[in-house]
Design a protein around this ligand. Structure first.
Ligand code: SAH
Length: 333
């Protein structure tokens, strides 16, 4: 819901200040219509129904994978595409992956979003509306900012959205912001200290390869990024989750595992998530399961905790780094 429009509409009608909050509480709990909001006067409900749409996003398409993953393609009012994903796990966990931008201005070579045109930053309401879309179907308990875009380039809106997520049932401890290593953003999280988790997309243990895969590394090189993450970890008293894509023949060799263990250290500031690569049109292939397990073992021997991420929603291109609305889909908007 466009929360600014809601406040303007209520203000224009001379409604008391608590009304906006009443509406938000209904919305956050998954209300599907104004009719459900029984503590609002009927006339007000009718007026809001005409003036303030329940979502600031239009749902264009939704795809469902057999493993329970759902991917929604949305459009903003000005026709910008974005995607959000709901992952359902067997233990009952419901995790939503949110986009912070339509497209992405960074150009990581392996990432589908990095190859589409950058649109713009999403507003707080547009970020929340992705989660609310899924919340209207079922309870959710985790949020990761691992959809389209770089959250640190839109941090005001992302943090404002994070502040409201507990109303949807997602605590700050169950909210994770993922970054390419945008140092000013990491520093801001360190000093401001919202208790959200931090994930770092690293993907290479040294600068030359990292710059090739992620041009942003030229601006914020590896050691600067890792130093900023260490400061975050000390201040927030928790590990930074390192995402490391496993790319066949590119970053999955024994020496690279040794180098990764060395740069991360074994003091527990970092936990590694090895990510099986989801094929895109970028021309990389994912490492084999055997190579991933061997890489993990090298890290473990050196005191670095690593897990292998489950791949979800592969057949609907819903897995991380595949969120890129296609031309054909845009044509419908
Ligand atoms: N810009 C932020 C937020 C996006 S997170 C960031 O990069 O951290 C998306 C995650 O998916 C990142 O770790 C990204 O590196 C990873 N990713 C990108 N393309 C992928 C692919 N094809 N398969 C698996 N993971 C991918």
């Amino acid at each position: 819901m466009d929360l600014d429009l809601l406040e303007r509409t209520l203000g224009g009608r001379g409604e008391p200040a608590f009304r906006a909050n009443q509406v938000w509480e209904w919305i956050a709990r998954g209300a599907r219509s104004y009719e459900e909001m029984t503590n609002l006067p009927v006339a007000l409900r009718d007026e809001l129904a005409a003036a303030v749409p329940l979502s600031s996003l239009r749902l264009e398409r939704e795809a469902h994978a057999r493993d329970g993953t759902a991917k929604a393609l949305f459009a903003t009012h000005d026709g910008r595409p974005l995607e959000g994903v709901l992952m359902r796990y067997r233990d009952g966990r419901r995790s939503v992956c949110l986009s912070s931008q339509s497209g992405c201005p960074l150009t990581c070579t392996f990432c589908a979003t990095g190859r589409m045109k950058f649109g713009r930053n999403l507003t707080t309401s547009e970020i929340l509306d992705q989660a609310l879309h899924f919340r209207r179907g079922e309870a959710i308990d985790h949020v990761v900012f691992m959809g389209m875009g770089e959250p640190m380039l839109n941090l005001d809106a992302v943090l404002a959205a994070c502040a409201r997520l507990p109303d949807l049932g997602v605590s700050a401890r169950r909210t994770a912001i993922s970054t390419v290593g945008w140092v000013p953003g990491i520093e801001r999280l360190t000093t401001e200290g919202p208790p959200v988790r931090l994930a770092l997309s690293l993907h290479a243990p040294e600068d030359a390869l990292r710059s090739e895969l992620m041009p942003v590394n030229e601006r914020y090189p590896l050691y600067e990024v890792l130093a900023a993450c260490r400061r975050w970890s000390e201040a927030r008293r928790g590990p930074v989750f390192v995402e490391y894509l496993m790319l066949d023949g590119v970053n999955d060799r024994y020496e690279q595992a040794v180098a990764l263990a060395r740069v991360l250290g074994s003091e527990g500031a970092f936990k590694v998530n090895l990510i099986p690569y989801n094929p895109t049109e970028a021309g990389f292939s994912g490492s084999s399961r055997v190579a991933i397990d061997a890489f993990r073992a090298v890290l473990a021997e050196r005191g670095v905790t690593a897990t292998v991420r489950l791949t979800r929603g592969r057949e609907i291109d819903a897995a991380c780094g595949q969120l890129a609305a296609r031309e054909g889909e845009l044509a419908q908007i």
